[in-house]
Design a protein around this ligand. Sequence first.
Ligand code: ATR
Length: 282
Amino acid sequence: MSGITGAALVAGIVGRPVTHSLSPVLHNAWIAAAGLNAAYVPFAPTAGGFAALAEGLRGGVIRGVNVTIPFKEDALACADQASERARLAGAANLLLFRHDGTIFADNTDGLGLLAALAIQAPGFDPGAGPAVILGAGGAARGAAAALVLAGAPDVRIVNRTADRAVALAADVGGTVRAVGAEGALKGANVIVNATSLGLNGGPGPEADLSAAPDAAVVMDMVYKPLRTELIARARARGLRTVDGLEMLIRQAVPSFEAFFGVAPPANVDVRALALKTIGKSA
Ligand code: ATR
């Protein structure tokens, strides 16, 4: 970041904690490779401090921010305008501070999910069959919204707490419905783990992969470790798998474009960089 002058474009990420976020690593690697006069920095407001931070940035003090746990709902709430995908997800991971003083909210997590599927499971068509989402928290909401918008004919939500699955289905609407675990994977086109199960090498979500079709794709949003228990089981079953690190990288691409007006340079191996960073923090 040695080329920063007073004319630099600034963007960042807001989270709490934000210390282990990979986003500064990805964005600053792209900034350096593109030779931009720009910087991407972390912000960790107090638990109730998100709105004050966002209000203070109105008018384009900085270009925008990505938003992570636990502020994604706050981010949507403070915006003047929001994309359809952010409204459907009920959360925003991207805020843009317009020069006219307004705040625009978007959600690129769903784009990241779909791009990761396209890259790691070539030929995957979200419209070709039922999607099964394990979990009913914020991550599941974003995945459900993305899959509905991508034309999934049946989006099944399976969750330990059934009421949350029912609420998610009612809020997102479209083809989303809450189902029990029994028989949920029958005919599935894609199975997405949107729970926190599998993190740090723990057991993954219960899912009877033998009930899934041979052509089903299994995607795990958990990427620490990269090979989660669910991914390992899916591979042992001969299913194609997609990892959460690719989703994280792919949600960053449209964010970078929105902040800096150019596509990230293709010649940076941000995946290797992210893996190195995860390895260091593990
Ligand atoms: P996020 O916003 O990241 O999705 P969240 O809202 O806390 O986080 O949601 C976590 C998800 O993981 C939920 O679907 C949760 O299930 P419940 O709604 O029943 O709590 C799921 N989850 C977490 N720990 C779990 C466990 N031990 N067994 C089953 N599901 C679990």
